[in-house]
Each structure stands twice: as C-alpha cells, then as structure tokens.
Design a protein around this ligand. Structure first.
Ligand code: SAM
Length: 410
C-alpha cells in the first residue's frame, strides 16, 4: 500500500484512488475510522501504515486476503528492530545507541496512543500494535513519485510485499523506484549498474539509505554489516582534543600503511580476489579491512574537526576558550590508552557503561512490558556483531596511532 505523505490537502485525491484500488484488489472493506486516518496525509506515515498493516494482516475481516496470507506465511513474529528489546539485551547496546532508541520508542508510543484514541486499532492488543510498528519500521519504503493528478512530486511511504524481502547492502547491486501513473502502478527493483546484470546465484541487495552506520541498521532493522564504511567510534571531549593535536596528513599516511598491510594479510588468508565481482553486494575481506581502517581514521579526524570547530565558535562568541589538557606523555599515548580500554569494554558481555543522564533529561522511554519481546536469535547475534565491530575499530585506532608514532619518530 502506498501512502501519500504530502502536507495538507496535497495528494488526498491520489490517496483515495489508491485506497479504493487496494480494497478492490484485496476484496476487503476498510473500517471508516481507518480510512479517515489513512487519508490524513499530514499524519506520520509510520503510524498510518502500522494501523493499516495491523488491520490488514490480523483482522478477521481481512482473513484470506493476499497480504494476510503473505504475513502469516512469510513475516516473522519476532522483533526485527530493537524497538521491543527487553532490558537485559538493551544493556548490551553501546551507550551512544540508547538516546536514539529512546527517541524511536517515544515516537511509537505517542503514535500508539493517537491510534487508540482515534479508534483506528480497536480490538488489537498492545503487543500486536508494537509488532505492526516493528514490521513497518523495518520493512517499508520511502519513495518520491509524481502525483499523476497534479504533476507535483509526492513523497510516499509504501509497504510492498515481496519487495520487502530485499536485504540491504552498503554496496548495493540494485535500486528501486515507484511509478504511480494510472496505467502502471509499479514498484520496480532493477540492477544498479545498467550494463552489469546481476548474475544468477548472486543476492539482490538495495540500500536502505546512504550513510547508514551499524548503530542505525541495528536499531531500525536489527542487523549489522561488517566492514561498513560509515561506522565510527565516538571520542569523548578529552580524546577529541588529543586528536586535534595530531598532524592530519601524517594520520592519513599512517592509515594508508595500516590498511595496505591489513588488506594484503586478509587477501592472503582468504585466498580470495582483490575486488568483488561487480554483480555481488558483498565486500571482499580485503575491502572490509580497508574500510575498517578508514572508519578508525574518520573517527579520530572527524572528532578533531568537531572539537576545533566548537572551540573556534566559542572564541568567536567572545568566550574564553576552555583550558586545554596537558596529556601526560602526549596525545598519542592518551589515545592509545583510551582505544585499548574501549576494545576491552566491547569484549566484555555488557557495557561499556552508559554516560550519566543529563540532570534534566527525561527518563528513557520503554515499551509496556506486554509489548516487550526477548531478542530473537538474529537480534542477539547482531548486537554481538556490533560490539565486535566496535572492538575492531578501537583496535584499528590503536594500530593507527602506533603506526603514526613510528612514522613520526623515525
Ligand atoms: C526489508 S526486510 C528484508 C527481509 C528479510 N530478508 C527477510 O526475508 O525477512 C529487513 C530485514 O531484513 C534483514 N536484513 C536486511 N539486510 C540485511 C543484511 N545486510 N544482513 C542481515 N540481515 C539483513 C533484517 O532482519 C531486517 O530487519
């Protein structure tokens, strides 16, 4: 079901047509309260899609429809996202994931209240409602199409059975698009490289969004890709200041040396090719090692740039710059010590310890106990992969700093 999410009255006509067509195709009649909500183009798309999805997959009135059949035979009951994670598993998340998770839950719980108040989900349990949000958050698409009635671009949220089975890759071999012109009404998934078809036997993968780091894919979709070039280890303020004391060009030279060394070792160990075949969405072990070293480099350099920018802004505002630290032994040993401690913390079963909440921060939002799901096996494994990727970045920072020290004292 494609849902128009343009503000105001924009797109209502198209939405009405789409809802009529969906009902005809599915041989079902949506309840009036639900239709009213689905036509409210300004309401949050996730809430509208979740209410529809719950009704269309669980209501006795929709039993036997293609979507209900698809849901009962294909979709998981377990959580895909971290939305309904129980506290014991939540304690294994990195501290920087917790505010985002709390924010996601706050939005869902506000939407749940709103749906109940509107009578759009009467008769369903809280457990079912959170499940519907879970499915919609991890499996719906955002696309922009041309509204055939007005010619204006219309932002859409869509739930597309079967297409919702396509996995994500940071190096995708396919792209998707929607065409809602009356004679088409199509959602297509096509190879990304026009002259490089995806060979039989290769998995078709799309991108769920550029720049997704492993924390975001874990929270929203419940998986982590190894070797994701967007991953970072967050440096605390004191370490960001140490990073700002380093010579950036020398850091880049050190990263080149370390990544070359690691890539050569990974290729020798795997006996595999140096580059991936273009029809595959998989990275080779050597590419993953290179990405890892550049994640380590970017963690340090970006923290240095942010620290410097904050300091410049304070100076420009006429504030006295904060006293700088005198890192005993210099910034390099300080960073090495910190990165080693991070590697150790991520090797432990839980932690590292979350930062203390700000004095006026609201308590973190949790789903009601009724809607809490234990982490499925996949989710628990994904949290472990995230922890091990964080540990690997920390160790890559150690190696990078040691190489920097070697190159710059030689
Ligand atoms: C849009 S659905 C894809 C459907 C999934 N392949 C299936 O058959 O259930 C998104 C879910 O697929 C899984 N997924 C997607 N990309 C993945 C990846 N690169 N690695 C592992 N799991 C992935 C996650 O469970 C995610 O919540």
């Amino acid at each position: 079901l494609p849902l128009v999410c343009a503000p105001g009255q924009e797109g209502v006509e198209l939405q009405e047509e789409l809802l009529e067509e969906w009902q005809e195709l599915s041989k079902v009649q949506l309840p009036a309260a639900l239709v009213q909500l689905l036509l409210a183009t300004e309401r949050p798309p996730a809430a509208r899609l979740s209410a529809w999805f719950l009704w269309a997959t669980r209501s006795p009135a929709a039993a036997g429809s293609p979507l209900a059949e698809f849901a009962s035979h294909v979709l998981p009951r377990a959580s895909a996202s971290c939305l309904r994670l129980i506290p014991a598993e939540e304690a294994r998340l990195p501290p920087d994931a917790l505010p985002t998770l709390s924010n996601m839950r706050t939005q869902v719980s506000a939407a749940v209240e709103e749906l109940r108040a509107a009578g759009a989900v009467d008769g369903f349990s809280l457990e079912d409602l959170w499940w519907a949000f879970d499915m919609v958050i991890s499996r719906s698409f955002s696309v922009t199409v041309t509204d055939p009635n007005t010619g204006n671009p219309a932002p859409l949220a869509a739930y597309v059975p079967w297409a919702c089975l396509v996995n994500h890759s940071p190096n995708p071999n396919a792209v998707f698009a929607a065409d809602l012109s009356p004679d088409r009404r199509e959602f297509v998934v096509v190879p990304r490289l026009r002259y490089t078809p995806i060979e039989p036997g290769f998995e078709v993968c799309i991108s769920y969004g550029g720049g997704l780091d492993d924390r975001s894919t874990l929270l929203k979709y419940g998986f982590v890709s190894t070797g994701n070039v967007n991953d970072r280890l967050a440096l605390p303020a004191g370490m960001a200041e140490a990073a700002a004391r380093l010579k950036q060009q020398a850091m880049i030279s050190a990263a080149e040396a370390v990544s070359e060394r690691r890539a050569t070792a990974a290729t020798a160990e795997s006996g595999g090719p140096v580059t991936s075949p273009s029809s595959s969405a998989d990275l080779t072990p050597a590419e993953k090692e290179r990405n890892l070293v550049y994640c380590a480099l970017a963690s340090v350099l970006e923290a240095a740039v942010d620290w410097q920018a904050a300091r410049d802004a304070e100076e420009a505002a006429g504030q006295a710059p904060p006293a700088t630290k005198g890192f005993s032994g210099g910034p390099v040993p300080a960073l090495i010590k910190w990165a080693k401690a991070q590697a150790e913390a991520y090797a432990a079963p839980t932690g590292p310890a979350p930062p203390p909440p700000a004095p006026d921060a609201p308590p973190p939002c949790r789903p009601p106990a009724e809607a809490e799901a234990p982490a499925g096996e996949d989710l628990s494994a994904a949290i472990s992969v995230l922890r091990s990727e964080r540990r690997r970045i920390a160790l890559a920072i150690v190696e990078l700093m040691e190489e920097y020290r070697k190159q710059n004292t030689a």
